[in-house]
Design a protein around this ligand. Structure first.
Ligand SMILES: Nc1ncnc2c1ncn2[C@@H]1O[C@H](COP(=O)(O)OP(=O)(O)OP(=O)(O)O)[C@@H](O)[C@H]1O
Ligand SMILES: [Mg+2]
Length: 382
């Protein structure tokens, strides 16, 4: 195992697409780092640069103390798992697993020992003599992962290895991966566009967008203290609500004007950040759906905005109200019991209460966070 370091990597394809711009981060020895971002963000390209399947225009890749930027893929000692089923169809599970060891001229005894250990961890022992076409999608994927793990690679690279599995199997594989990573003490760079996967499995997340790093943090930190509107809305389900807001002061008390409503701000929230706020600036207010409360149409008071019900999604014990508010759509997450106290009818008027302690503030100009919420106990999914 070893550290992996990417320094100033840039990749422009021949057609002029810049897939990766100035990518710098490290994966420490035995750490699981997730490269998370939307489709087209440059995740696969970054992984291929590390594996040596693409040549960077500039920047370097270091594994341990070796600069491998210009090494051939086979000389880098990395193991890669793709999203596609990459098993040899004419070889049994056992021979698929043995293949990477045979080409390294390992003794049969050592091959047997390694395969036994991987089989146990992946719980595919009873599939050992089957051919790939006799396996389910999940079993195939496990063999593909096993084939990477049998090698003593310095770094494991995984490109959405479980994204095409069904939801139940994905949930199980998430847990298994955590155990695998611990058992194998693997240094892993794992690509995903699924925030839930990254939030549950990563030691740290490198969040990227359009080939650029938005934020590098531990999962909970990324959720609690997003540095940009992109990070704030990408992490969390349902996504954080973002509304245009103005800062105003009245008799020494600061508040945010959101539409025709006011959200009173407390001193601690205002002091919870570096740069001074200016009433002339345009801001965006962020509030998580878990931290907004429904209110009856007639209710008034601080932090109350009024809108109309646009849609209602019932998700078992959770209910999401989509509420039209001016030009914006606000989503409020509530429980079934709570929802029943309100008109569950499209077009009905309804109030939403915003709690100033849970509010984020972003500069509209820079899209950067200028104030973090004081309280953040909302989790990924309530
Ligand atoms: N060989 C290529 N030639 C030209 N453009 C490419 C090539 N490969 C990738 N791209 C472009 O580079 C950008 C990043 O692609 P990449 O495959 O790295 O994204 P990704 O984050 O892995 O997306 P996804 O989640 O959809 O897999 C995209 O705009 C893509 O169209
Ligand atoms: Mg990809």
């Amino acid at each position: 195992m070893a550290n992996l370091r990417l320094e100033g990597l840039r990749k422009e394809f021949r057609d002029g697409t810049v897939a990766v711009r100035d990518m710098s981060f490290d994966v420490r020895d035995r750490e699981a780092v997730f490269l998370l971002g939307p489709s087209g963000a440059g995740k696969t390209t970054t992984l291929r640069l590390v594996a040596g399947l693409e040549e960077p225009d500039s920047g370097s890749v270091t594994i341990g103390d070796r600069d491998v930027t210009h090494f051939m893929p086979r000389d880098r000692n990395v193991a890669m798992v793709y999203d596609k089923h990459s098993l040899f169809p004419h070889l049994s599970v056992r021979e698929n697993l043995a293949y990477p060891l045979r080409i390294r001229k390992m003794s049969q005894a050592e091959i047997d020992r390694r395969i036994a250990s991987v089989l146990e961890t992946l719980q595919i022992g009873d599939q050992i003599d089957k051919m790939p076409r006799q396996l389910s999608g999940g079993q195939m994927q496990r063999v593909a992962i096993g084939r990477a793990l049998v090698r003593d690679a310095d770094v494991f690279l995984l490109d959405e290895p479980i994204s095409h599995l069904d939801a139940q199997l994905r949930a199980r594989m998430r847990l298994e991966f955590k155990r695998l990573q611990r058992d194998f003490n693997a240094t892993m760079l794992y690509v995903s566009h699924d925030q839930l996967e990254a939030m549950t499995m990563a030691d740290r997340i490198v969040l990227i967008n359009k080939g650029r790093i938005e934020q590098i943090d531990r999962p909970q930190e990324l959720f609690d203290r997003p540095q940009t509107t992109f990070a704030a809305t990408f992490i969390g389900e349902p996504a954080m609500n973002i509304l245009p807001a103005r800062l105003a002061e009245d008799a020494g008390r600061a508040h945010l004007e959101v539409g025709s409503s006011r959200v009173g701000l407390d001193r601690e929230w205002l002091d919870n950040g570096g740069e001074p706020l200016a009433p002339s600036e345009e801001y965006l207010m962020g509030a998580r759906p878990q931290q907004m409360r429904l209110a009856q149409p007639g209710e008034g008071g601080d932090g109350l905005v009024h809108g109309k019900i646009f849609a209602i999604e019932v998700l078992g014990s959770r209910v999401v109200f989509d509420i039209e508010f001016g030009d914006s759509l606000v989503r409020v997450l509530t429980t079934g019991d709570e929802a029943r106290r309100y008109p569950e009818r499209i077009g009905a008027p309804i109030g939403v209460r915003i709690d100033a302690r849970y509010v984020y503030l972003f500069s509209k100009r820079t899209a950067r966070t200028v104030r973090q919420a004081r309280f953040t106990e909302a989790r990924l999914a309530a």
